[in-house]
Design a protein around this ligand. Structure first.
Ligand SMILES: NC(=O)c1ccc[n+]([C@@H]2O[C@H](COP(=O)([O-])OP(=O)(O)OC[C@H]3O[C@@H](n4cnc5c(N)ncnc54)[C@H](O)[C@@H]3O)[C@@H](O)[C@H]2O)c1
Length: 704
């Protein structure tokens, strides 16, 4: 028999055990093993029923990611499933951990499904730009109805066993030992037999929506809003509609055709790239994976403002006690109040229970006593005002107060980590952990490696980021690090477009239609327009003429239009609402600015808006790669996907540029350089790759 699956008999029941650690993925060997196990079980006269179960911590958790992007080797999973379904003896899937994707499809091929209450099932293929390609779109609607099946297939969301039982996906919840429960269940299954249990033969649940195109049209319309621009959920509707209207075999064929189209699509390649890029980001070329990391059992956060509170929540959520330090009781009370309200809102939404909230709040202690708070902390994260003088003084004090070996982290978004580190006698322990706002929600954390940061400190920060549930990406020290330095170019370009003829709502809509979660102006209103205004003012003092930009952004701040918090920014807002509304006052302001600059306003096509803004990201990204600030193109993609609302199905800015073709991107960047000025100077790396007919992906170690 193939390694990865074994067959044995327990009493009158044949047990087929998938044992392919860590997650029993459906590798070629497992597919073959399942067929062999089934053959053995069918040939074993003493076995009256067959149980399929996973060894270790889970049932089959899905496809084997090592086989992604390669032509699938036989046997086809459909064959495995057809075998289980047509078996003359009852087949029972016994599920613990997760049954995902092909794993759930195997279970749907069985005549019965039972699960531990802690198990979860799901068809997450849509998240990789494909659909369940082994009958999932045909069998699940037959089991639970088309509507419930569509909800699962088009979101990829997991369903917990009790809910799965309610839906009818599992027949019984097992208490205690799963295999024992399965053996008991098998006896009953032998009595009930296989009749009526083959999903391919059933269609009573489909009748309701048969010949009802309006239902599917409405469902598609809802998806177009929810998953803007993404193909796979829409194509999943096509497949489920085929299940409803066509005989099983034809529906299966239709599913296969759509699967083949999706698996070769750019969107699917982008989503698979995004998946691997996030894993790859954890590998640091000069820091071996086995580098010992420092234990983080206790943390301190300095400053309980916008960022400090959210960062403290991250620690508490991960079960790490954290002291939060402020300078005044009011500031501390306000900061902790925000934390409490955040948790309470999650409880109100039913996503956290009160006991868990109390436990987490119990892990957060507020104090005004810096020395006491940092004395035992394994990591100190500084999140005080963005002013170098304050940070310098604080790090000099931390140097005296923190225990030896503590990691001293700064959450600065624009200051020089090396200067901050130099205030201490232990620059090897100093690092940047750049969380994004709101810090308890946003997944990205840029880990900023200073010139003297120790390798073990880098490894510790990366590992800690992961255990806080974040997506860490390593960056070097420079103005704005990777994400914000690129964003500066992008936002500046968007503002120049205003002077040339566009309006904020046109630009935002063009970029949203392209796939971004939010356009630059709505985003700036949300973050606060005054943040970059203050940074610009600081720069103007130290580096005049260094950066040309549109003065519109200053003008709106001078008018007090700081954004959502002021109910006015690039848009206007009704009191208490976050919905951006076009504002004639802004339109007048922009037209006047164009006039003042002597620019004749002209219409700008959406396509040009996308190129001007997205290529600004790409060109700056290429410069960051040349400078070694970003390690690889895929890291830049990770940063934009996890931190800036970039659509995952575009794969990130660098992957997107590859899909356009770097020769084309380079040609446009040159055109912009000639027309718009020095800041469009093409990155030499972009020019070189374009000339050599290469892609950014050729610089990724895995070439993914
Ligand atoms: N707000 C963002 O979107 C964002 C995003 C990423 C990074 N950052 C960075 O995070 C840091 C904090 O930003 P923020 O937006 O939370 O600022 P904030 O003004 O909301 O909060 C700063 C807090 O620090 C406190 N504080 C000041 N000096 C202190 C000291 N010596 N000891 C203890 N507490 C002190 C203040 O009382 C205030 O409550 C800054 O470096 C900022 O650049 C901010």
């Amino acid at each position: 028999m193939s390694p990865g699956v074994r067959y044995e008999r327990r009493g009158a029941v044949g047990v087929i055990t998938v044992d392919n650690p860590p997650v029993n993925a459906l590798s070629r060997a497992v597919r073959q093993g399942l067929i062999d196990g089934l053959m053995q079980g069918l040939g074993d006269e003493a076995a009256k029923a067959l149980v399929v179960i996973g060894a270790g911590r889970t049932f089959i958790a899905g496809a084997d990611i090592k086989e992604f992007g390669k032509p699938l080797e036989p046997p086809d999973l459909n064959r495995v499933i057809a075998g289980l379904e047509s078996a003359a003896k009852p087949t029972i899937a016994a599920i613990h951990g997760t049954a995902l994707g092909g794993g759930l499809e195997v279970a749907l091929g069985c005549h019965y499904r039972i699960a531990l209450a802690s198990a979860q099932v799901g068809l997450p293929e849509v998240k990789l730009g494909i659909l369940p390609g082994a009958g999932g779109t045909q069998r699940l609607p037959r089991l639970i109805g088309a509507k419930a099946a569509l909800d699962m297939i088009t979101t990829g969301d997991f369903v917990r066993a009790p809910k799965a039982k309610e839906l009818g996906i599992v027949d019984a919840i097992v208490e205690g030992d799963l295999l024992e429960g399965a053996l008991r269940f098998a006896e009953e299954a032998v009595r009930s037999g296989t009749s009526g249990r083959r999903l391919r033969e059933r269609d009573e649940k489909l009748a309701e929506l048969r010949g009802n195109p309006a239902f599917f049209a409405e469902y598609r319309a809802a998806i177009k809003k929810r998953a803007r621009g993404q193909e796979s959920p829409l194509r999943s509707v096509d497949a489920v509609e085929a299940a409803v209207n066509l005989p099983f075999e034809q529906g299966l064929k239709r599913e296969r055709e759509i699967f083949e189209e999706l698996i070769t699509s750019t969107q699917s390649r982008a989503l698979i790239h995004a998946f691997f890029a996030e894993r790859e980001a954890m590998n640091i070329p000069d820091i071996p994976a086995e580098t010992p990391v420092r234990a983080v059992k206790r943390a301190a956060v300095i400053g309980a403002g916008t960022m400090g509170g959210g960062i403290a929540m991250n620690f508490a959520n991960a079960g790490i006690p954290v002291a939060v330090v402020e300078t005044a009781p009011e500031a501390l009370e306000r900061g902790l109040g925000v934390v409490r309200n955040n948790y309470a809102a999650t409880v109100a939404k039913g996503r956290l229970d009160q006991a868990a909230m109390d436990k987490r709040m119990g892990l957060i202690t507020g104090t005004l006593d810096l020395a006491a708070a940092v004395k035992d902390a394994d990591i100190v994260v500084e999140a005080v005002f963005e002013e170098m003088a304050i940070k310098k003084e604080l790090f000099a004090r931390l140097d005296k107060l923190a225990k030896r070996g503590a990691v001293l982290a700064t959450n600065t978004s624009s200051l020089d980590v090396n200067v901050i580190a130099a205030q201490t006698a232990r620059p090897q322990d100093v690092i940047g952990t750049h969380f994004f706002s709101p810090a308890n929600v946003m997944r990205l954390v840029e880990v900023v490696r200073g010139a003297k940061t120790g390798k073990d400190v880098v490894a510790t920060a990366m590992r800690l980021g992961k255990s806080l549930g974040k997506v860490p990406a390593l960056v070097g020290v420079c103005d704005g690090f990777v994400g914000n330095r690129m964003l500066f170019q992008y936002a500046r370009e968007a503002e120049f477009l205003l002077e040339e003829g566009a309006l904020p709502w046109q630009i935002d809509k063009a970029l949203q239609d392209w796939g971004l979660a939010m356009g630059p102006f709505a985003m700036s209103d949300m973050a606060g327009n005054d943040v970059s205004w203050r940074i610009r003012k600081q720069h103007a003092a130290t580096r005049p003429n260094d950066r040309r930009y549109s003065h519109l952004a200053d003008q709106i701040c001078e008018m007090g239009r700081y954004g959502q918090k002021a109910s006015a920014g690039w848009y206007r807002y009704e009191k208490g609402s976050r919905t951006p509304l076009p504002d004639p006052e802004i339109e007048r302001l922009i037209l006047a600015e164009s006039k003042r600059l002597g620019l004749e306003r002209k219409p700008i096509a959406d396509d040009e808006i996308v190129k001007r803004t997205i290529y600004a990201l790409v060109n700056e990204g290429a410069k960051l790669l040349e400078e070694g600030i970003a390690l690889r193109p895929s890291d830049i993609d990770v940063i934009y996907l996890a931190g800036y609302g970039f659509p995952a199905w575009r794969g990130g800015p660098m992957f997107y540029a590859d899909t356009v073709g770097l020769d084309k991107v380079d040609a446009d960047v040159r055109r912009f350089h000639e027309t718009h000025g020095y800041f469009w100077r093409p990155a030499p790396l972009l020019e070189r790759l374009a000339r050599d007919g290469k892609r950014f992906a050729d610089l990724n170690p895995g070439k993914g």
